[in-house]
Design a protein around this ligand. Structure first.
Ligand code: PMV
Length: 321
């Protein structure tokens, strides 16, 4: 028999995120820099006729799941993540429909899975919930998506802002004197973060002598990056982004399309461009030239000429704080 449904909260928001530097290395204890994409996901909860089912629908992600209270064999990652999260919260979500509104692309390194897990945790624990509890609960779901998740996505999804994140430590919030203007280009290639994380893990396992120098290089670049961001040295920041992209490529997580998109961004006058997030697809983060009026047109022209297609791209401004 199904237990009576607990009152889930009616509405919850969570942020998306973009990693500026240090992805993958952050899983191994290095620091990473990341900024939120504010309130990128809203979940709303309403009653469902069937008291033994949970329905989750996020039209922008073409996501529609009807999850039965009784577990089934061979459930997919998403169903497992949702089930584990509610089980851990000791909440019975059955008899509820959860509908999501977002413009974040799914599976593209912008923190869609963490945003979903944080918003679900907020629905489960309610508006008065403690932040640490929300974080821990969201990580139950996020670890199913990421394999070995550092927690950076969940931290940003929950708390937002611009942060330097080190696994297991309280994130350090960074304050900008000037807004930082960036662009994001989607490669239109979804991928699983867990596959990329395990690819890096396997490479480091097979070549253990490479690990320490690789992570040291990541750490040093991220430190330079932080300094350039805080002192508004955009040229140095662009160069660091370029170096991060090259370093991530040596880990095997770039793709010819991500490389081509970075190249187009440079052709259009960008100061730097790098893949962001786990790689293997997903998005490229671009630092546009200081006077970016013509940048969008120049980027479209470069993509059309080099790649015969214009990939989705949009600006992101990290505000001064
Ligand atoms: O959510 P993604 O795909 O952007 O990946 C997150 C960053 C990683 O460092 C690759 C994994 C992690 O959990 O830190």
């Amino acid at each position: 028999m199904t237990a009576a449904a607990q009152p889930l909260a009616e509405q919850a928001f969570a942020h998306g995120k973009v990693i500026l530097g240090g992805e993958h290395a952050v899983v191994y204890g290095c620091s990473a820099l990341a900024a939120s994409i504010p309130n990128a996901l809203e979940l709303r909860c309403s009653p469902l006729d069937d008291a033994a089912m949970l329905e989750l629908e996020v039209p922008h992600w073409k996501l529609h799941r009807t999850i039965p209270a009784r577990p089934e064999l061979d459930e997919d990652r998403l169903t497992q993540a949702i089930r584990s999260l509610f089980e851990q919260a000791q909440v019975q979500p059955w008899g509820r429909r959860i509908q999501g509104r977002t413009e974040l692309p799914a599976g593209s390194g912008l923190g869609s899975s963490a945003a979903l897990c944080v918003a679900l945790a907020k629905l489960a624990l309610g508006p008065g919930a403690d932040k640490d509890q929300l974080f821990d609960l969201s990580m139950i779901g996020e670890s199913v998506f990421h394999g070995e998740a550092s927690g950076i996505d969940s931290q940003l999804a929950l708390n937002g802002g611009l942060v330097r994140f080190t696994r297991g430590q309280k994130p350090e919030t960074l304050h900008l004197a000037h807004p930082l203007k960036l662009w994001i280009i989607s490669s239109d290639t979804p991928r699983q973060s867990a596959d990329q994380v395990s690819k890096v893990k396997s490479r480091m396992f097979r070549f253990p002598k490479l690990a320490a120098p690789t992570w040291a290089l990541f750490d040093a670049q991220v430190q330079h990056m932080q300094h350039s961001i805080l002192s508004n040295h955009l040229k140095d920041l662009g160069e660091m982004m370029q170096m991060q992209h090259e370093l991530l490529s040596t880990l095997g997580v770039s793709t010819p399309r991500l490389d081509a998109l970075c190249h187009c961004a440079h052709q259009a006058g960008a100061l730097g461009a790098k893949l962001t997030g786990a790689g293997g697809g997903g998005c490229v983060l671009v630092l546009p030239p200081p006077e970016p009026h013509e940048f969008s047109c120049a980027l479209q022209d470069a993509m059309q000429k080099d790649m015969n297609a214009v990939f989705p791209h949009f600006p992101l401004e990290i505000p001064a704080s």
